[in-house]
Design a protein around this ligand. Sequence first.
Ligand SMILES: Cc1cc2nc3c(=O)[nH]c(=O)nc-3n(C[C@H](O)[C@H](O)[C@H](O)COP(=O)(O)O)c2cc1C
Length: 164
Amino acid sequence: MTDAPTLLIIWHSRTGAARAMAEAACEAAAGECAVRVLAADDAQPGDLLEADGYLFVCPENLASMTGAMKEFFDRCYYPVLGRIEGRPYAVMVAAGSDGAAAVRQIERIATGWRLKQIAESVIVCTHAQTADAIAAPKHLDAPTLEPVRELGTMFGAGLAMGIF
Ligand SMILES: Cc1cc2nc3c(=O)[nH]c(=O)nc-3n(C[C@H](O)[C@H](O)[C@H](O)COP(=O)(O)O)c2cc1C
């Protein structure tokens, strides 16, 4: 761990919603603590070891977290197992209409790592149901992003104060 508490945000997004959530959470948390944002494709076990808390952000696809996010967990799970126990985490999922399955999967992996969940997982529904709506770039307005910002601020402040 570094001296200044660092929140690591790891994200994957196909059409922009989860990316907007990761960016909004980053902006909010950055007012409180150091923040690092990494695409799931780029995140390595060493990045997890260096951080003090984790925010996992991705869409739900086919009742699952996205493949890129799963690949990140597959790549990093065993290299850090037993080395990040007790560190705080939270989850945010972008979904068309559900999101619960992706949340459950990520929470289960985090339980395996013995991380400490510091907030209820946030699901942002984009209401994309048709093929065209699913494929379209997603733009989230400020009210939609409000719970994301709230969690980012709370997570950053808690890390900075050492309360987790
Ligand atoms: C292949 C595929 C499968 C999807 N399956 C689900 C699903 O099971 N549940 C759900 O709520 N949304 C589902 N969606 C909708 C996405 O979760 C939604 O569009 C979300 O906003 C995408 O986030 P992104 O813009 O960060 O990629 C699916 C989208 C795609 C492309």
